[in-house]
Design a protein around this ligand. Structure first.
Ligand SMILES: *Cc1c(COP(=O)(O)O)cnc(C)c1O
Length: 361
């Protein structure tokens, strides 16, 4: 059987060469006579994977010296609670910018533990856009301002990150980390579940500025404490070793293919192909996101009727393109075209869209 074009939002498509590499060393990892997943995490082989993955995250993103990179478990959803628990003291609070379902969930979870303030929201416009900087009303002295860099469900993305003065940003970058370059130093903390753009599910990358590791409350669960994980180089307990190994292979693949400069170019090329097809369809396809907020990772669009949308997804599947059904809160279709989606995949989708319109227009 041939491989399909997988447009799922997450877990998502992985680079074929990475899967083949993992396959080739599945039974005997670099002369150990066993798989990585059978090996102890207290061996020099596993420590080498752990430290190479950490070094590659730093190198590819240009992470400054005063940050730590951690590999944790529990997904981005666990970070919704861990961030406020670690970073906000009893007499303080944090600001949240609402740009979609995940940002809302982050704020709701945080509000169980701390006071939160909504600094901006585009909910009333059904999250079709990212707020402008002049719409963001930062409260007095928040511990951080939280934003979601790419809104997986609605298909919008911050084109650049706002300068909000002294306050640190915290970013949920689950669906666009490693898709483009940005200035890490604007952020106190960045987190991302791996299963969209970094590898398989099971590991979450956290990048945290070192000063934030000081003064973390000791009465929160050890597994949620960034200082404990940092002190133990992400080996406080058994890590998701096979997931970290896969992430490391994906990071190597990114590096070998021109790093984030080249990744950014490939991502723009794929997205432009699809957005142009939407824009040139005389209104047959309608994008959900406003043009200045469009995501290069998740492209959300509607057709003239729900019946046609269903038909589109069914026929696309028959032609080897799966995962195009949109999230129920937006409806329509969604093409997730993360780093590992090939140009061929984007071209196949565009061809299909044109043919579908001419047959059903
Ligand atoms: C998928 C996703 C999440 C949830 O991630 P889990 O790892 O399932 O907890 C959170 N935020 C964003 C932006 C996502 O795309």
């Amino acid at each position: 059987m041939e491989r399909i074009f997988n447009f799922n939002a997450g877990p998502a498509t992985m680079p074929l060469v990475v899967l083949e590499e993992a396959q080739s060393e599945l039974l005997n990892f670099r002369g150990t006579g066993m798989s990585v997943m059978e090996n102890s995490h207290r061996t020099k082989e596993y420590e080498a994977i752990n430290s190479e993955a950490e070094a590659l995250v730093k190198e590819l993103l240009g992470v400054p010296e005063n940050y730590r990179v951690l590999f944790l478990q529990g997904g981005a959803s666990t970070q919704f609670a861990a961030v406020p628990m670690n970073l906000v003291s009893a007499d303080s609070h944090a600001d949240y910018i609402l740009t979609g379902a995940w940002a809302e969930k982050a704020q709701k979870e945080a509000s169980k533990f701390i006071k939160t303030n909504i600094a901006a929201s585009t909910k009333e416009e059904n999250y079709t856009r990212i707020p402008r900087t002049d719409e963001i009303k930062v409260s007095k002295g928040p511990a951080y301002v939280h934003l979601c860099s790419n809104n997986t469900i609605f298909g919008t993305q911050w084109q650049s990150f706002p300068d909000l003065g002294d306050v640190s940003l915290v970013g949920d970058m689950s669906s666009d980390i490693m898709s483009r370059r940005f200035d890490v130093s604007k952020f106190g903390l960045i987190y991302a579940g791996a299963q969209k753009n970094l590898g398989p599910a099971g590991v979450t990358v956290v990048i945290i500025r070192k000063d934030l590791l000081e003064g973390i409350p000791t009465n929160i669960p050890s597994m949620l404490r960034y200082d404990i994980h940092a002190k133990n180089d992400s080996l406080y307990n058994t890590p998701p070793s096979f997931s970290v190994y896969m992430v490391n292979l994906v990071l190597r693949w990114l590096k070998n293919n021109g790093g984030l400069v080249a990744a950014e170019k490939r991502n723009a090329e794929k997205a432009v192909l699809i957005y142009n097809t939407i824009d040139n369809s005389q209104g047959y396809y309608r994008g959900h996101a406003l043009k200045d907020s469009r995501s290069l990772m998740n492209i959300t669009f509607r057709l003239p009727s729900e019946d046609l949308e269903k038909k589109f997804a069914v026929e696309a599947t028959q032609q080897g393109m799966i995962g195009l059904k949109g999230h129920r809160s937006v409806g329509g279709l969604r093409a997730s075209i993360y780093n590992a989606m090939s140009l061929e995949g984007a071209l196949a989708l565009v061809d299909f869209m044109k043919v579908f319109q001419s047959k059903n227009g």
